[in-house]
Design a binder for this molecule. Structure first.
Ligand code: SF4
Ligand SMILES: [Zn+2]
Length: 106
């Protein structure tokens, strides 16, 4: 996987972990639902038709996620995004979230 995609996956993982830990609290690992969401995101990234040129998924004109996963990832980001800004200087998270909000229309 390209480094940029790896970083995006790491970010998604960190967000899901934060969300799952607070909401589902199953300890170190993710609950089955959140693990499935992360696995799904990994497959999408792996198969992304844009390759190294890919936009962040939230800014993507294609949106290859199935609706139920898009909705889940949206919920996770809305929860974890603002909480991570302080502690995760990972990629340009701020920019990433700004794009997400634009797309989301909120
Ligand atoms: S949503 Fe867009 S950028 Fe993200 S994996 Fe799918 S096609 Fe690629
Ligand atoms: Zn969970």
């Amino acid at each position: 996987m390209h480094a940029r995609l790896e970083r995006e996956l790491e970010t998604i993982h960190a967000m899901i972990a934060l969300y799952c830990g607070d909401r589902h609290g199953v300890g170190e690992s993710l609950c089955a639902d959140c693990q499935a969401l992360l696995d799904y995101a990994r497959v999408r990234l792996d198969r992304c038709q844009f390759g190294a040129q890919k936009p962040t998924c939230v800014n993507c004109p294609v949106h290859c996620y199935q609706p139920q996963y898009r909705e889940k990832v949206r919920v996770v980001m809305r929860y974890a995004g603002p909480r991570m800004l302080g502690r995760h200087p990972v990629l340009s998270l701020r920019h990433w979230l700004a794009g997400f909000r634009r797309h989301d229309g909120r």
